[in-house]
Design a protein. Structure first.
Lengths: 322, 275
């Protein structure tokens, strides 16, 4: 079959100089060839969809279990200020937990962000090679410590210390939870911020130093502004880490569902409420559905923070063409 | 702050010349004496001794990897931003030991323009005002004057005067490089080091940079690294040729070196037989 002989020009009668036809063979052997050469896309697609499907299922079931609560107590009931599921009448207002999570997270970030950025600046800009390696592995180690151990540390060391220092009846307070959460978010913030600073092209630093700026002036006026969106991304991911943390917070926050602005009072967080109460509710009860609603709130916060963080981090990459 | 005592600004070449002649009996701004430089164990420069004259443009040439950029970066202590480097010999700037001075002070007096235009991701104005601001100038009116003057000297003012708030990245490559020149001029250096400033630019942009450089050489000392023979011929009054392994093979007025090189290898290099 040489029906397009000479189609690419006059090369005699022996057919085209190069065979550019797609590889297609008939019958079983053709199928085998296709399988051999084209197996990659469907296989990788299937593997990749596993995680997407898992995420989809989680979303689906959490929403399915949460929706009935709207019928039972309505949106107004869900965003009430009292959480007392076992009282009579029972109330399922989620605001105390939302406020608790917010208070603890914000307070944690207030000291974790400056510390994390400072650590990142030190690792990326100042430390000599060997110290950089040591500091980075310490950060990774910190990130790898099981959260229950942080909780244990908070319970045994931080809580008693605060109790004594502030003369409280209990050391398990929002402040204790914030400190522990801050320590836990620190490695996330520091290592992502370090990535952001490292992504700033060296030519900026050289230009600044060549103008007679000191190292500190260069960090403050050039490197940090250039890495700004990446740093914001790091902070937001650290926030996501803090807001989603369960075990350590559960152990040290005191878990009283109250709305307060005082860091020295016990608070209950969204995560804490779910972990604490899910074992004691009857399946299908209003309480059960309300806990799933807390889960939906948590999930939405997580999706938004992650989306925002990725957007900011992507912006840094686009800005400096990497 | 030792360096500051010499009392020079870009504006008074004549005063500097007088000062140099009276106090040092020389016309060299920068003098190196048996200067060597090492990256780790690798030696990039070997016993380089030369004097950069106050007037005109001095070109440093040589084949790739001969250490010409290293020599240039030694003049404003940029090499030591990277670990594992060390140097031997002396470098003097207006008679003072450059290697013992405060590098930050040195860089205020010896500016640098890099191979690739590297403006900050800031506005045009903020790019030029960066140096003065870093050195503590917060007076808006003064900053505006400095920015205008620097942009004028870099022959960029007319093109950007209405867009000072625009990002520096909105400029073309050649404009960005002239912006970088303006940025260096804003701190009023006595010496401007240029590290192959045209290698990333097209011929037209190169022309403009060269014209600007010639103008600048009337007011300050310019040292330029280039691998382009024609450029060195057009631009420079003096030329230093480094050969493999960082040996200074020839130094003198450009015309003399180009027409009667003493060193055979330099003659080969200048004829384009290697490098």
């Amino acid at each position: 079959m040489r029906k397009w002989a000479g189609a690419l020009g006059d090369h005699g009668t022996a057919g085209p100089p190069l065979d550019l036809r797609p590889i297609r063979k008939a019958g079983f052997r053709g199928l085998v060839t296709i399988l051999k050469e084209r197996w990659d896309r469907p296989v990788f697609l299937a593997l990749a969809s596993v995680s997407l499907v898992a995420l989809g299922l989680i979303l689906f079931f959490i929403f399915r279990e949460a929706v009935p609560v709207l019928r039972e107590i309505g949106l107004g009931g869900l965003f009430g200020t009292r959480w007392n599921p076992t009282g009579d009448p029972a109330s399922y207002g989620a605001l105390p937990m939302i406020a608790g999570s917010a208070l603890v997270t914000v307070a944690a970030l207030v000291f974790a962000i400056p510390l994390g950025f400072a650590a990142a600046a030190f690792i990326a800009e100042v430390a000599p090679r060997w110290m950089k390696d040591v500091a980075k592995s310490v950060l990774e180690l910190l990130a790898g410590v099981p959260s229950v151990l942080y909780g244990f540390f908070g319970l045994m060391i931080v809580a008693p210390a605060f109790q004594r220092a502030f003369g409280l009846s209990t050391g398990r307070t929002a402040l204790t939870a914030s400190v522990i959460l801050g320590i836990m978010a620190l490695p996330t913030i520091a290592s992502l911020a370090e990535d952001a600073l490292t992504a700033v092209p060296n030519s900026y630093r050289e230009a600044s130093m060549a103008l007679g700026a000191s190292r500190w002036q260069t960090i403050r006026r050039v490197t940090f502004p250039a890495a700004f969106s990446g740093l914001i991304g790091a902070a937001i991911l650290g926030m996501g880490r803090a807001i989603g943390e369960t075990m350590a917070v559960l152990m040290v926050a005191g878990n009283a569902p109250q709305i307060t602005a005082s860091l020295l009072k016990p608070v209950r967080t969204l995560t804490g409420a779910i972990a604490l109460e899910m074992g004691e509710t009857a399946m299908g009860s209003t309480h059960y559905h309300a806990l799933f609603a807390l889960g939906v709130i948590l999930l939405l916060i997580a999706l938004v923070t992650n989306g925002l963080a990725e957007w900011f981090r992507g912006r840094l990459a686009r800005k400096h063409g990497r | 702050m030792v360096v500051e005592n010499a009392g020079t600004t870009a504006r008074n070449l004549d005063a500097t010349r007088e000062w140099l002649e009276r106090n040092l009996n020389s016309t060299a701004v920068i003098e190196t004496e048996r200067f060597s430089f090492f990256y780790g164990k690798e030696q990039a420069l070997r016993d380089v001794s030369l004097s950069i004259p106050l007037d005109g443009v001095t070109a440093i040439m040589g084949p790739s990897g001969c250490g010409k950029s290293t020599l240039l970066r030694a003049f404003n202590r940029m090499n030591e931003l990277y670990p594992n480097t060390r140097s031997g010999g002396t470098v003097r700037f207006l008679g003072q030991d450059l290697l013992k001075a405060d590098p930050v002070a040195v860089r205020r007096h010896i500016g640098m323009v890099f191979q690739r235009p590297n403006p900050f991701p800031k506005s045009i104005f903020d790019n030029v005002a960066y140096g003065p601001r870093v050195h503590g100038n917060r007076n808006r009116a003064e900053l505006r004057d400095i920015v205008e003057e620097s942009l004028r000297r870099a022959a960029l003012w007319d093109e950007v005067k209405d867009n000072l708030k625009k990002s520096a990245f909105s400029l073309s490559g050649g404009q960005q490089q002239r912006l970088c020149i303006a940025r260096s001029l804003a701190v009023r250096p006595s010496v401007l080091l240029m590290d192959e400033p045209c290698s990333a630019l097209d011929p037209k942009a190169t022309d403009r940079i060269e014209a600007t450089t010639r103008e600048l050489a009337k007011e300050l000392t310019v040292v330029i690294v280039t691998h382009n023979l024609q450029q060195a011929g057009r631009l420079s009054d003096h030329v230093a040729v480094l050969l493999a392994e960082g040996v200074l093979a020839e130094f003198g007025p450009t015309k003399t070196v180009f027409e009667h090189p003493c060193n055979e290898q330099v003659a080969d290099y200048l004829c384009g037989r290697f490098g």
